[in-house]
Design a protein around this ligand. Structure first.
Ligand code: ZN
Length: 699
């Protein structure tokens, strides 16, 4: 039996306990760790549209573990692709091939770091025998300590990228020398260097204020927070309303009538639920006498389907016939005048005029269930109210949302180096907005009395966007906490019944125009239900257009931080490759690459200073090297189209569990104490990035 752990959440939403047996309700989703046998299977899993997190860990036996959000039926489908739930204990390393010739080894990097949990060692090496090599590391450290750990081949898209540890290994004291040994005889030695060993952050002066976030915040609260900062610091800030309104936290109202698959009909309102769709209702009536034809009548907001009967008086209309009859009669009639079917409906009672005045749509559409032809006979059904199935309180706006940016700086005239920090492209990443809001508030509250902060505001021009995807964020807060994408449904009717509503939407960070799915790059999906759905076209979504509008409107922006969670990464371009041949977007020059890395180490030093969280060296680097290909992501478009140093944070580094001596993932919505700590440390990192920008000189 498979037991799924439920998605960690501060307040589990009601939908996570929805009964999966009701065909109109989505299956519950869970955050699990999957294990796949190798990297090829990992690519198949990604290509299938699996909702993968950024936490991915190669294992010593060549398998890969990755956290994913799955429903029970998705898990079954992924098991057919070779995935299984990861075991509690990692697999043993693959056994050596003793007949192979002696190989040549190179130690690419050997570093130690000290986190709040003590010393750790990270080693990256490569073998001339490639992924077939079985490597292990022994080390010696201060005080004569020693240790040994197996290495893991890291293979991506068929390319051998070297060996590394699955995760940094603990050491009893500071490691000084490592020896990498191959089962076929190769050896190599290296001195162990410090990590991240960046420039030490400024020591906060006396009276430096921080810690301004006290809870996870939905979009309305985030926007109110930056509005309040603007009111409090009008001389240092301006509020920018981004030009593209989102579609809004709203959906068409629906009802699922009957018994899926063959004897069921899905009725969908033209109007959004909040704009009249939720007021509609449908019933399937049994005329009770033999030989009646199928008829649809509309009485105000009530659609009555009078089922056909056979010679014995039994209902005889199929699902397909009922859907067709509703579409022929009611689609332009609800709330107005019925056409065909029944003249009496034109005299309908029920105040329909006011409803039709307030909506754009005037009716409903009906379909059979998913791809079913609908040959089943429909049973009578009582009056069923249509619903948009949205559960946010009434004070959460259903209107298209305006995305806000808070611009911070003493000289906001385009003469200072611009820094863009934007969060929550992915709705469920609740910590990300806290990072940028905390950083903004620190910069403003400390400007008056802290010299270092004042220098930053003198020399830079900062653009803070707390939530790029507010509709999805509301859905994550109030309806389905694992929501990743925006709320806009581009699916055809057969993928749009109510039980599929948690799969709709566009992955905002796959909707950009550089290295995109339509350009042939890997790591986005054309399936509207996939976790990485790229959308119907590049920039089809207002959420992505807003981000690029900022880069275009403010060409002084030279740095950007795209804040995501979780896993503890610090990444930069290239972020996408074509699968065939693993052809990446162009690499930055060696000089640029060195600048990315040097800046990263400085910023990671600031993150670590907060509570001793060290971003792993193997998770610091180009997206394609340390994670996977993500076609059409925003950092790539910023870098390749606008020359912006586009970085990504994955906040929420793994936590070391001393009892099990294993690293553990933190999830998207950890208990607030952990989310708060992540916000504090990555806000420090973001302010360090502003410091990097303040020192930037055009080459
Ligand atoms: Zn994300």
């Amino acid at each position: 039996m498979i037991v799924l752990t439920t998605l960690a959440a501060a307040d589990p939403p009601a939908t996570s306990v929805a009964a999966p047996s009701d065909p109109k309700d989505p299956e519950p989703a869970s955050l699990v760790t999957l294990s796949v046998p190798d990297r090829t299977a990992m690519e198949r899993l990604a290509a299938s549209g699996a909702d993968l997190t950024e936490r991915m860990r190669p294992q010593p036996d060549g398998s890969v573990q990755v956290d994913a959000v799955v429903t029970p039926s998705q898990l079954a489908a992924y098991q057919a692709l070779g995935a299984s739930l990861a075991p509690e204990t990692p697999p043993p390393p693959a056994t050596a091939q003793s007949t192979a010739a002696k190989d040549q080894l190179v130690v690419e990097r050997a570093v130690w770091f000290r986190s709040r949990d003590g010393y750790f060692l990270s080693v990256e090496a490569s073998s001339s025998a490639g992924e077939a090599a079985t490597l292990s590391v022994t080390w010696t450290g201060q005080g004569g300590s020693t240790g040994r750990a197996p290495m893991t081949p890291y293979v991506d898209a068929g390319a051998y990228l070297g060996h590394q540890f699955s995760a940094p290994v603990p050491a009893t004291s500071r490691p000084q020398w490592v020896t990498v040994t191959s089962a076929t005889g190769g050896t190599a030695e290296a001195r162990v260097r410090a990590w991240p060993d960046g420039e030490r952050p400024d020591r906060a002066g006396p009276g430096y204020q921080k810690d301004f976030v006290t809870q996870y915040m939905p979009p309305a609260q985030l926007n109110e927070r930056i509005r309040a900062l603007h009111r409090r610091f009008p001389k240092l800030t301006e509020l920018i309303t981004l030009p593209y309104p989102t579609n809004g936290y709203r959906r068409h109202a629906q009802a699922l009538i009957g018994t899926p698959p063959a004897a069921a009909v899905v009725v969908t309102s033209d109007a959004y639920g909040s704009e009249g769709g939720n007021d509609l209702a449908v019933e399937l009536a049994d005329p009770g006498v033999p030989g009646r034809p199928l008829r649809v009548t509309v009485n105000g907001k009530i659609i009555t389907v009078s089922l056909a009967t056979d010679g014995s008086g039994a209902p005889a209309s199929t699902a397909a016939q009922v859907a067709a009859a509703i579409n022929a009669t009611a689609s332009n009639a609800v709330g107005g005048n019925a056409v065909g079917g029944n003249a009496s409906s034109s005299n309908a009672v029920g105040g329909n005029a006011s409803w039709s005045n307030t909506t754009k749509g005037s009716g409903v559409k009906a379909t059979t269930y998913r791809a079913d032809p609908g040959a089943g006979i429909m049973a009578p059904a009582p009056l069923t109210q249509l619903s948009d199935f949205l559960h946010a309180p009434a004070d959460v706006s259903r209107a298209p949302a305006r995305v806000l940016a808070l611009r911070i700086g003493a000289h906001r005239d385009g003469t200072r180096t611009g820094v863009l920090a934007y969060a929550q492209e992915h709705a469920r990443e609740w910590v990300a907005p806290l990072v940028v809001v905390e950083a903004a508030e620190r910069l403003l509250r400390n400007q008056a009395h802290d010299k270092a902060t004042r220098r930053l505001l003198e020399r830079t021009d900062i653009f803070i966007v707390p939530t790029v995807n507010p509709d999805g964020a509301n859905y994550s807060f109030y309806d389905f906490n694992a929501q990743r994408k925006n709320m806009t449904n581009h699916c055809p009717p057969q993928q749009s019944d109510p039980a599929q509503r948690n799969t709709w939407g566009v992955d905002v960070n796959r909707n950009y125009a550089t290295g995109s799915l339509s350009d042939g790059y890997f790591g986005a999906s054309a399936n509207c239900q996939s976790g990485t759905y790229a959308g119907p076209a590049e920039h089809s979504e207002p959420e992505s257009r807003n981000v690029m509008w900022l880069a275009q409107a403010y060409p002084n922006i030279k740095f950007a931080m795209n804040v995501h969670s979780y896993g503890g990464y610090f990444m930069w371009p290239p972020g996408a490759y074509k699968l065939d041949g693993r052809v990446t977007l162009p690499r930055p020059t060696a000089q640029q690459e060195a600048y990315f890395l040097r800046s990263a180490r400085t910023i990671e030093e600031a993150i670590a200073a907060e509570r001793g969280t060290v971003t792993w060296p193997q998770q610091t680097g180009p997206v394609t090297d340390v994670l996977y290909s993500a076609a059409g992501n925003s950092a790539d478009e910023l870098w390749y189209e606008h020359g912006v140093y586009g970085w990504d944070f994955e906040v929420g580094a793994d936590l070391w569990n001393p009892a099990t001596r294993a690293w553990e993932g933190v999830g998207f919505q950890p208990p607030f104490a952990e989310g708060h700590a992540e916000a504090m440390e990555f806000a420090s990192g973001l302010i360090s990035l502003v410091g990097v920008a303040a020192d930037f000189r055009e080459p």
